[in-house]
Design a protein around this ligand. Structure first.
Ligand code: PLP
Length: 409
């Protein structure tokens, strides 16, 4: 067993023998890139010319007035190319693939956002690209499948098992084992075997590096608290990482779905339903029953609907460095509506989880303090879900007809 990539007792790399040399190669390539200052410069150059970096830090003047407490700032990851922070990770891994001399990338995707981001990166770098997607997800995410194909990716519907994300992961791993020489597996979040959690955090840390500088410029001091939603944990680690040594409170917000007591949620760190275990090549808190069977998860936000969570976040929870909370689907809709009306911003449903907790706490803090919310993505993709949840009568018929056949939720 390799003993690298542990965060206290979490993380590691539990790999089948055939993949060990590929992970060694990846780890070596990442270490060399990390120690080469030109690599980070190259990354910054690419992100500023291709993905709107640095993204702005927006003062939410109307929301601040509405709550009458701490001054609210929003980090605008929604302005990235393809609409979310996912671009930071895939473009970074793309540069690394080039450095390793590989020519093909594969990924698995559930809601399709990571698939589109990966296919975009592959088009830009001229890589071959294969995306694995559960057959059920292919059906409900038609627009994303369309764009992945236009971008030149081959989308393979996975018919095994329950035909969703976890089955697509197995299929992608099978591909990787067969094609390791030419192929890199682009993992979408700060989970999985070492070095992925560290590597994804490294690329996403660009968010916090910018935000720290921006808030010091705009407020003249550090914020009191920072809020981020937590799916796998990449946008949260991205904004938190640069502040870990500062006297700043960090708050991760998970999906409470229909409520923490209902069994229909995806709260691994904020609830008491999760247990530490090893799955998908790493050790962390998973939502599993006493036999180790993975439970079904639920969230109105597809990007937060996942059984595992970053081992780095699990470790920072145990160390009491990050506090974890959870927001219900209903609370998320209310926070989303308010943000749209007050600021003219449309956060993704995932991001709106962070807004919920920030809105609960802002009024309890003095006006002399500031808080920062990471708006991980934009909400355009959520139009059908939001219209449905809001029971919008004027548009509902039209929107639902359009949605027929490719959107179930
Ligand atoms: C994918 C996604 C997430 C969840 O992923 P993390 O790795 O937890 O950041 C959050 N917000 C948006 C907009 C996403 O697309």
């Amino acid at each position: 067993m390799r003993n690298r990539g542990y965060y206290d007792d979490f993380g590691g790399a539990y790999l089948p023998e055939v993949l060990v040399s590929t992970f060694d190669e990846l780890e070596a390539a990442f270490e060399s890139a990390k120690n080469d200052p030109r690599f980070w410069e190259q990354y910054i150059d690419m992100m500023s010319s291709y993905s709107c970096r640095p993204t702005p830090l927006t003062f939410a003047e109307n929301l601040t007035r509405h709550f009458g407490g701490a001054r609210i700032y929003i980090k605008r990851e929604d302005l990235n190319h393809t609409g979310a922070h996912k671009a930071n990770n895939v473009m970074g891994q793309g540069l690394l693939v080039k450095r390793m001399g590989k020519t093909r990338v594969i990924a698995e995707t559930g809601a399709g956002q990571h698939g589109v981001a990966t296919a975009t990166m592959a088009a830009k770098f001229g890589f071959q690209c294969t995306i694995y997607m559960g057959e059920v997800d292919v059906e409900r995410q038609r627009p994303n499948v369309f764009w992945m194909e236009q971008l030149g990716a081959e989308v393979i519907p996975v018919r095994e098992g329950t035909r969703i994300l976890k089955d697509a992961i197995n299929e992608a791993l099978r591909d990787w084992v067969t094609n390791m020489d030419t192929t890199h597996y682009v993992l979408g979040t700060a989970c999985g075997p070492h070095p992925f959690p560290e590597m994804v955090t490294y690329f996403q840390s660009i968010i916090g590096k910018e935000a720290r500088k921006q808030i010091l410029e705009q407020e003249g001091k550090l914020p009191k608290r920072i809020y981020a939603c937590v799916g796998g944990g990449s946008n949260a680690l991205g904004i938190f990482h640069e502040f870990l040594k500062d006297p700043v409170e960090l708050v991760g917000v998970e999906a409470a779905g229909k409520g923490l007591n209902t069994g229909h949620h995806a709260a691994r760190l904020a609830g008491d339903d999760a247990r530490v275990g090893v799955a998908q090549g790493y050790k962390t808190y998973f939502l599993q029953d006493s036999d180790g069977q993975m439970k079904e998860t639920h969230s109105v936000a597809a990007g937060l609907d996942y059984v595992g969570v970053s081992p780095i976040l699990a470790h920072l929870k145990e160390r009491a460095r990050i506090r974890f909370e959870a927001a219900t689907d209903q609370e998320v809709m209310a926070a989303l509506s308010l943000t749209i009306r007050k600021e003219g911003l449309i956060p993704a449903l995932e991001s709106a989880h962070a807004f919920v907790q920030a809105f609960k706490e802002a009024p309890t803090l003095p006006r002399s303090e500031s808080i920062l919310i990471n708006q991980s993505g934009r909400g355009d993709k959520d139009i059908f879900t939001v219209a449905d949840a809001m029971g919008d009568t004027k548009w509902k018929g039209f929107i639902m007809r359009k949605a027929q056949g490719y959107q179930e939720k």
